[in-house]
Design a protein around this ligand. Sequence first.
Ligand SMILES: Nc1ncnc2c1ncn2[C@@H]1O[C@H](COP(=O)(O)OP(=O)(O)O)[C@@H](O)[C@H]1O
Ligand SMILES: [Mg+2]
Length: 267
Amino acid sequence: MIEQSREVTPSNDQSAALELVRVTMLFFPGGAVVEAINDVSLRIARGSFKAIMGPSGSGKSTLLHVLAGLTRPDQGQVFVEGRDVTSMTDHQATVFRRRNIGLVFQAFNLIPTLTARENILLPALAEGNAHEMGQRLESLLDHLGLQHRGRHRPDALSGGEQQRVAIARAMILGPTVLLADEPTGSVDSAAGQAICRLLQSLCRDHGRTILVVTHEPTVALWAERVIVLADGRIIGDFPVDQSGDAHRLAALYHDLVGSVLSGRIVK
Ligand SMILES: Nc1ncnc2c1ncn2[C@@H]1O[C@H](COP(=O)(O)OP(=O)(O)O)[C@@H](O)[C@H]1O
Ligand SMILES: [Mg+2]
């Protein structure tokens, strides 16, 4: 369940992989104030697979950046695996993120001059343990169906393959949490479904905690639960119907967003 507590409580929830406690993040574009995240509290249980949906500009990417420690919130606390990311120095946050959080973006962000294998090993190079990663690299390439693609550069790979390389890179140091921002946004629907299947297997078979931002109902269908954001707030959440009906999921989502935007829910 999503808990929207009004109290600031210290994190002692050992079952939570991710926790936001009354987080607010403001931007000041051109002198205006944008509340990208507005007093959001949220707990994501270890080993769960959740999707975040919301209209464009509702704060989804900002929420992921704050969870990853890429952006420091203006108010509130962020806990990842029980550690307070907001109290870390930038250097501590960088090292913590590299070891504990895998990040996947819509733009694959691969280095064009490096092969798939070299791209995947980049975080291990930064960590200074690339030489120990041989076995994990092979098993990731195998699991992601990339064995025959390891020596190719990104421009020789399909979009789906590039995203799988990006996922392998995110997983090479064995993080327990994977955060993905519109990971299927740049690939066709078949490749998108393959990516979702992979994320589900990382959760089910390998116990990872997966949080995926998407606006595609066919992607959210793979999660256990959908959290809905609008105007920087969590406006609701619902379990995913195991029947796999994307139209029903889209209807539930649009009902929630529509009711808030038309003012039927009083904040
Ligand atoms: N670096 C930034 N500077 C100014 N405004 C920003 C910045 N990042 C995000 N915003 C604003 O914060 C709001 C939420 O943005 P974002 O998290 O990217 O939404 P989403 O990912 O749901 O589309 C938007 O109004 C956006 O314009
Ligand atoms: Mg976004």
